[in-house]
Design a protein around this ligand. Sequence first.
Ligand SMILES: Nc1ncnc2c1ncn2[C@@H]1O[C@H](COP(=O)(O)OP(=O)(O)O)[C@@H](O)[C@H]1O
Ligand SMILES: [Mg+2]
Length: 360
Amino acid sequence: MAHVELKSVTKTYPNGAVAVNDLNLEIATGEFLCVLGPSGCGKSSTLRMIAGLEEISHGQILIDGQNVVGKPARERDIAMVFENYALYPHLNVFNNVAMPLVARRTDKQEINDRVTRIAEMLDITEHLEKRPGKLSGGQRQRVSLARAMIRRPAMFLMDEPLGHLEEYLRIELRREIRALHESTGGTTCYITHDQQEAAAVSDRIAVMSAGELQQVGTMHDLINKPVNRFVAEFVGETPISILEDVSFADGRLTIGDYAIGLNEQAAAACAATPPATVGIRPADFVLGDADATGLSAVAESVQPMGETAIVLCKTACGPATVLLDQVDLPSEGESVRLAVDPDNLHLFGPDGLNIMYQGS
Ligand SMILES: Nc1ncnc2c1ncn2[C@@H]1O[C@H](COP(=O)(O)OP(=O)(O)O)[C@@H](O)[C@H]1O
Ligand SMILES: [Mg+2]
């Protein structure tokens, strides 16, 4: 088990690309931390620096309190899993899985026992004699996981390990990865660009954008207390609506033609920093008919999705995405009003920061 600290870590590649900028991040002993962010935001560079596969340009990485900068990967007691398996094609599954133990000159009987056990856990026993070329993508990734987890390293580093598997396999393997993490008791840092996957496997999620850490927290924190517009817009199954034409006076927020009384804390924050935009999650809109209280809107498109429906609305403050139960759907073209509980407002200043959580 390892405790990992990144202090002001920056990675600049020789061509001048700044992949990671001043990253401060702590991974607790035994924690499962996901790094979530769009392609190119610096996730892999971060992981490779923790692994010792990439030099860091500035800052420090501490593992169990020791600065590991300059320490080669093989001395860091880390097991990695990548998206593209990285199996030895000429070795059978047994020997691929056994490789980390063979490399450490483990006793033959013990190798046999451990390969047998991990193969059972990952349901690859019947494939032990086959070469990787004979296996499906899902089976190959199980072999990679088995190989990584056959030891009990201090840390597991996984870079989009389920990246190109089919949906049903991803869901199944998520559960197994989480179970293996718990049974081995290691510290895991897991990269994904899939927020559902991040929520399913992790204890906490670190959101990155353009080389910079945006926020670290549980999925619940990211959804309910996004620190800035990037997190608010990136996290959430159906995207949040950002409305403009927002002003604040006398404890009330005005969004277009809708005035709403704020709670004390929000009013104090607005008095300190006038909000420029407001974010509202699709499920937080309360739909009323044209003479109800709320922001005037027109339901432009109604998309039934089984148990719920998405209604895309046009308002004077910008488009609004509303998630509704299937009952009482408006018809397309109908004038409606959109209201919201003040506790469900996300208030952003002109710089895009959430005015309620600045400095947190
Ligand atoms: N070896 C490299 N040389 C130059 N630029 C790189 C190299 N590796 C990554 N980058 C750049 O650094 C940024 C972050 O890349 P990466 O860490 O791979 O992001 P992610 O894993 O989030 O997709 C990208 O702009 C990418 O083009
Ligand atoms: Mg990557």
